[in-house]
Design a protein around this ligand. Structure first.
Ligand SMILES: Cc1cc2nc3c(=O)[nH]c(=O)nc-3n(C[C@H](O)[C@H](O)[C@H](O)COP(=O)(O)OP(=O)(O)OC[C@H]3O[C@@H](n4cnc5c(N)ncnc54)[C@H](O)[C@@H]3O)c2cc1C
Length: 192
């Protein structure tokens, strides 16, 4: 194998482990992101142009939440509410908002014993909160991400991507109309 082929192989994206998928049906999922990066790598390799690999990274270099890439957010406060439940506040630049809609969640990336783990969390702060967002997390003794989260202290930086999910809700809409808008809800579930 020639040296340049070795170079290209070292740049090839790595397929995510099962632990890296939060399992909540995010669009894009970590596997979609991998497929996109792989296609980008294949195109760059075919055209022998490494600049095509850095295009996506340059686009993600900002402090806004993004579903494709992780963005760093600083923890501004940690509050223990019960024996195993914690409220974490994160800084947002200026007076910006996280930009989530009703029922949307975000995905956290953590490293536990050298293993990358991703889990979903739903912010509890108002959708229009400016300059911050908050999450309420129950930490499980045997939980992988829980171990990482329990280590957080004020000033730490952690990585989120999103938003994902949500409800098709608009003001003055009743529950029947909301259920009708959900294709996966069956007629018997609508009556409940
Ligand atoms: C869309 C979505 C939004 C979510 N939002 C939040 C949120 O806002 N706050 C929050 O605290 N969590 C939320 N979760 C759950 C969160 O994503 C993780 O599943 C949770 O933090 C446990 O992750 P872990 O890696 O610590 O545990 P894992 O390593 O995945 O699990 C290990 C062990 O932990 C225990 N455990 C894990 N999850 C549960 C559970 N749900 N009930 C009982 N025991 C459990 C079990 O003993 C399990 O065997 C959300 C999940 C989804 C899908």
């Amino acid at each position: 194998m020639s040296e340049s082929e070795d170079d290209w192989l070292s740049l090839m994206p790595t397929e995510p482990l099962q632990s890296q998928c939060c399992g909540s049906g995010c669009k894009p999922c970590v596997y979609d992101v991998y497929q996109k990066e792989l296609a980008q790598w294949e195109e760059a390799k075919a055209k022998k142009d490494r600049r095509l690999l850095t295009k996506q990274k340059e686009e993600s270099c900002n402090s806004e939440l993004n579903p494709d890439t992780f963005t760093a957010f600083k923890i501004s406060s940690v509050e223990q509410l019960t024996e195993d439940t914690y409220q974490y506040k994160f800084e947002l630049p200026g007076n910006s908002s996280l930009g989530l809609n009703l029922g949307q969640h975000i995905v956290l990336r953590g490293m536990v014993n050298g293993l990358e783990v991703q889990r979903a969390y739903t912010p509890i702060s108002p959708v229009n909160a400016e300059g911050y967002f908050e999450v309420l997390i129950k930490c499980y003794k045997a939980g992988l991400m829980s171990q990482y989260i329990k280590s957080w202290i004020e000033g730490d930086t952690v990585f989120w991507r999103g938003p994902f999910g949500g409800f098709p809700y608009s003001p003055n809409q009743n529950s029947d109309q909301v259920c009708a808008a959900l294709p996966e809800v069956t007629a018997s579930q609508q009556k409940l």
